[in-house]
Design a protein around this ligand. Structure first.
Ligand code: TRP
Length: 334
C-alpha cells in the first residue's frame, strides 16, 4: 500500500485497434478507479508476441494503445501508464514464477486451448506460459485489485494460486490479488453476431466499432447492426442484438435500461440504431480529439513513456530483488 491507497494493475494487448468494447467494458472502469487507487496500466507488448506480429505494426499499435489510455481520461501523471517491455523485471519474474507453475495448470487454460486451435502453425512455448508472465505483471506491483474481462478470470485465479504457493514456501512476499470483473452489461458484443464478444481481430469490419473510428463509419456500422424479426425494443436474452444496442446506449448515456426501453417504445429498429450510433459518436468525440492532440505532441508522450517506465521499474525491482533473495540467488556486489 502506497499513500494509504491500494494498488491496481491491469493491461491490454498492444495489438489491433482498441474497440468500443475495450472502452466501455474496461477503460471507463479504469478511469473510475483511478482516483481511489494507486494504478499501473500497462501496454502488454510482451504478451503480444505470443502470436506473430509485424514489427512496425506492433510498435505503432503499442503507442496507439498508450495514447488511447491517456485520451480516455487516465492522467499519466497519476497513473503509471507504460510499456511492459520497458520494465525488464516482468520477464525476469516471469522466468522465476514459471518454475513455480505446473504444466498441468497451464494445460487447463482455455485461452491456450483456443489460441492453439486458432494458430495451429505456431503453438509456441510463450503461448503456453502466457499466464505466468501475466502473474508476474500483477505480482510485481503487489497489486490488490485487477480489473479484467471475464475471459481473463482463469488467468487471474492462476496468478493467485502461484502467489499463494510462493508465499507458503517463502513467507509473505506477494500480495494476493483480487479480480474485479465488470458486470454483464459492460460486455459489449459484436454488431454482426451479438452472441460473440466484440473483438478487435474480427474479420468482418462491420462487427466492431474502434475507438478511433470516424463518425460516418460508426453510424454506418450501427445501421448495419444485426437485430431480429421481433420488432419490439425490449431487453431480453431472446433478442441479443437489441439487448447489446441497449447496453451500448445505456453505457454511453448513463440512462437505465428501463428509461431506454420507455424512450424507444413504439419506435422502429432503424431509428433506434441511428440513436445508438449518435450517442457513440458523441461519447468518442472528445477522446478522439484528445488523441489527435497527443499524436501531435511527440515530446510530451515520449516524456510520459520515459518517466513512467522509470517509476514502474523502481517499484517492480523492489519486489524482484526480494524474490531473488528469498529463492537464493547470489547477492549483488555493489
Ligand atoms: N491477458 C490480458 C488480456 O488479454 C492482458 C494482460 C496481461 C493483463 N497482463 C495482465 C490484464 C495483467 C490484467 C493484469 O486481456
Amino acid at each position: 500500500m502506497l499513500d494509504g491507497k491500494k494498488t491496481i494493475f491491469s493491461g491490454m494487448q498492444a495489438t489491433g485497434n482498441l474497440t468500443l468494447g475495450n472502452y466501455l467494458g474496461a477503460l471507463t472502469n479504469w478511469v473510475d478507479l483511478a482516483d481511489d487507487y494507486n494504478c499501473y496500466y500497462c501496454v502488454v507488448d510482451e504478451h503480444a508476441i505470443t502470436v506473430r506480429q509485424d514489427p512496425t505494426a506492433l510498435r505503432q499499435n503499442a503507442r496507439k494503445v498508450l495514447m488511447i489510455y491517456i485520451a480516455a481520461g487516465l492522467d499519466p501523471e497519476k497513473c503509471c501508464i507504460y510499456y511492459q517491455s520497458h520494465v525488464s523485471a516482468h520477464a525476469e519474474l516471469g522466468w522465476i514464477l514459471g518454475c513455480y507453475t505446473y504444466m498441468g495448470e497451464l494445460s487447463r487454460m482455455t485461452q491456450f486451448k483456443d489460441k492453439s486451435a486458432k494458430h495451429a502453425d505456431n503453438i509456441n512455448a510463450g503461448l503456453f506460459t502466457y499466464p505466468v508472465l501475466m502473474a508476474a505483471d500483477i505480482l510485481l506491483y503487489q497489486s490488490d485489485l485487477v480489473p479484467v474481462g471475464s475471459d481473463q478470470k482463469q488467468h487471474l485465479e492462476l496468478a493467485r494460486d502461484i502467489a499463494i504457493r510462493f508465499n507458503n514456501i517463502y513467507g509473505d512476499v506477494f500480495t494476493i490479488p483480487e479480480g474485479y470483473i465488470p458486470k454483464a452489461g459492460a460486455r459489449i458484443m459484436s454488431l454482426q453476431d451479438p452472441t460473440k464478444k466484440m473483438s478487435k481481430s474480427d474479420e468482418n469490419e462491420n462487427a466492431t466499432i474502434h475507438i478511433l473510428d470516424k463518425p460516418d463509419d460508426i453510424i454506418r456500422k450501427f445501421k448495419r447492426a444485426v437485430t431480429d424479426s421481433v420488432g419490439i425494443i425490449q431487453y431480453t436474452d431472446d433478442q441479443p442484438g437489441i439487448r447489446n444496442l441497449i447496453d451500448i446506449y445505456t453505457a454511453c448515456t448513463g440512462k437505465t435500461v428501463d428509461e431506454t426501453v420507455r424512450e424507444f417504445d413504439g419506435k422502429g429498429y432503424g431509428d433506434f440504431k441511428m440513436a445508438v450510433g449518435e450517442v457513440v459518436v458523441d461519447k468518442l468525440a472528445p477522446i478522439q480529439a484528445r488523441y489527435d492532440e497527443l499524436a501531435k505532441d511527440k515530446a510530451y508522450v515520449d516524456s510520459i513513456i520515459k518517466n513512467n517506465a522509470e517509476k514502474a521499474s523502481y517499484f517492480a525491482n523492489k519486489t524482484l530483488r526480494k524474490v531473488q533473495k528469498k529463492i537464493g540467488y547470489p547477492e549483488r556486489i555493489r
